[in-house]
Design a binder for this molecule. Structure first.
Ligand SMILES: Cc1cc2nc3c(=O)[nH]c(=O)nc-3n(C[C@H](O)[C@H](O)[C@H](O)COP(=O)(O)OP(=O)(O)OC[C@H]3O[C@@H](n4cnc5c(N)ncnc54)[C@H](O)[C@@H]3O)c2cc1C
Length: 488
């Protein structure tokens, strides 16, 4: 990754940053920076000034202190899997990559906590504690790559967050470098609640605009005694949607309750982890229950009964762990699988009240017809977190713009149903304008005022989350067309 034993040559900023991290841990040549022009949202691109790779909190603090004194904007970056463009520069920012800060610092089984550095990859935490019968609950589908620092910034969710909660429900303490370089501790190990404002809750999900997380204490959970996984095939998407609400309303909270529609099934079956779903299905549900073994059987029977009442074509229980893992691999690689049926795709992320599923899915279908673009739906149905995947071909004139407009329409449909414009991927660059679907100008201003308490000069990740009056849409357009944007 890094060129060994090289001598950095650059302007005063590059030389100063190199003095902090060492010559081998800074990238500043254009050819090296290209990989950092975007994150998982590849529609927008901007060239950073440099990327630095600190090893310690003190180095992060020195970098931040130097940059803020020079009035140079900067962005924290984990694995760069974000889907709303949170780690994308507009041009000229310094990216502070946390990937070298990837140690598991401490595991405390007695208090059920782990302390990790921000660059620690999500799945590695569960892998590191599995031999003791423990796991880390938030499981984004990108968990094999994304970092826990990035998860904290985005308040990441995952398939099993329906029952166990999203990242914010598992963060117990943070060490944070503030935008002036100060190092602060938030939260207290071992103490579940403390007086005063919930700063942990505020920082978690702040999309890297309030501070750079350099150490995290998270809750770890004991593996459930047992788990069972059900696959239910439906001929009508409405039946699958009603079954979702019915399952919850009979009093079951499954560990996971996921849905895929016909187009999504076509994609996952054409990609690397097919399981042999029938090609003519309208929708499928992947449902997992866990807990005490005796209770699981009853819940499974009840779920099967609910699905039958909703005209399920076939419902089956995974016969062993291998089959369960196969079903999950098929689901968790679902976004990437769209590459098997479309040259490009845009992942959207909205939330709706669960009971509005049939209505909103019908609206998304209308948006698909109107835009002339196919839309696949793979999502966390149990918590109403939709992921419409808009399939398009960027090489075809006007399709990118149509895909973006269709994505925005999907979010409008979510907002109009009483939901929200993001469930877990954040606002980033992508959904700034759509913030207006759910917040008034006053509410947006109140939130930027809160950001200013932590980030008074807006040097940390500027231009993200909040629309700036009338300029936001233009900036997005300038980035798509690779013109130099102006950041307000
Ligand atoms: C195939 C695929 C599937 C996905 N599935 C899910 C899913 O199921 N659930 C889900 O929630 N997300 C999902 N995502 C989105 C993404 O993986 C998550 O948002 C993840 O939390 C990002 O982590 P990262 O390390 O890649 O962060 P990055 O993309 O590097 O950064 C994301 C944001 O966090 C900030 N940031 C990063 N590190 C820090 C830090 N240490 N301190 C402060 N700010 C920081 C960045 O500035 C940026 O704003 C998926 C993405 C892909 C590509």
């Amino acid at each position: 990754m890094f060129r060994k034993k090289r001598k950095v040559q650059g302007d005063e900023t590059i030389l100063s940053l190199a003095r902090i991290v060492g010559d081998d841990y800074i990238l500043y040549r254009k050819e090296d920076l290209i990989a950092y022009e975007c994150d998982g949202l590849t529609l927008y691109k901007g060239m950073p000034k440099a990327v630095v790779f600190p090893k310690t909190t003190e180095e992060v603090s020195q970098i931040v202190n130097y940059l803020s004194n020079c009035n140079i904007p900067f962005i924290a970056r984990g694995a760069g899997t974000g889907l709303s463009g949170g780690a994308i520069p507009f041009g000229g920012e310094v990216i502070i990559s946390l990937v070298r800060m990837k140690k598991l610092l401490r595991i405390d089984y007695e208090n059920r906590q782990a302390v990790i550095q921000p660059g620690f990859v999500n799945l590695k935490l569960t892998n590191s504690i599995a031999h003791k019968g423990y796991y880390y609950a938030p499981d984004p589908s990108s968990q094999y790559a994304c970092t826990i620092g990035g998860n904290v910034a985005e308040n990441a969710g995952g398939a099993h967050c329906l029952k166990y909660g999203v990242t914010t429900n598992h963060v117990l303490g943070l060490e944070v470098v503030l935008p002036n370089g100060d190092i602060v501790e938030i939260g207290e190990e071992g103490i579940a609640d403390r007086p005063g404002y919930d700063l942990l809750g505020l920082l978690t999900g702040s999309e890297g605009t309030m501070g750079i997380v350099t150490k995290i204490t998270v809750r770890i959970l004991k593996n459930p005694e047992g788990k069972k996984t059900v696959l239910a095939y439906f001929d009508r998407i409405e039946d699958a949607s009603y079954a979702v609400s019915d399952i919850i309303s009979v009093g079951i909270v499954p560990a996971a309750l996921e849905m895929m529609d016909k187009t999504a099934i076509e994609g996952v079956e054409a990609a690397n982890f097919p399981v042999g779903h029938p090609k003519d299905l309208a929708a499928l549900l992947l449902i997992e229950v866990d807990g005490i073994t005796v209770g699981i059987e009853d819940e499974i029977n009840e779920i099967v009964e609910v699905c039958r009442r909703r005209n399920v074509r076939e419902v089956k229980v995974a016969k062993d762990e291998a089959e369960r893992a196969k079903w999950w691999a098929n689901r968790k690689t679902g976004f990437g699988a769209m590459g098997a049926i479309s040259p490009d795709y845009l992942v959207q992320d909205g939330v709706i009240p669960r009971t509005k599923l049939p209505e909103v899915l019908a609206k998304i279908n209308d948006i698909s017809k109107k835009s002339g673009l196919r839309i696949a739906n793979i999502f966390h149905a149990g918590d109403g977190n939709l992921h419409p995947l808009i399939l398009f071909d960027a090489k075809k004139e006007g399709e990118t713009e149509r895909a973006l407009a269709a994505g925005s329409e999907c979010l409008r449909a979510c907002a109009e149903s009483g939901g929200s414009i993001t469930g877990e991927h954040g606002v980033g660059i992508e959904k700034k304008e759509e913030m207006r679907f759910i917040f008034t100008d006053d509410e947006i201003e109140a939130q930027t005022n809160i950001r200013s308490v932590f980030n008074p000069h807006n040097l940390l990740n500027p231009g993200k989350i909040f629309p700036s009056p009338s300029r936001c849409a233009e900036i997005k357009q300038e980035i798509i067309t690779n013109r130099e944007p102006v950041i307000n």
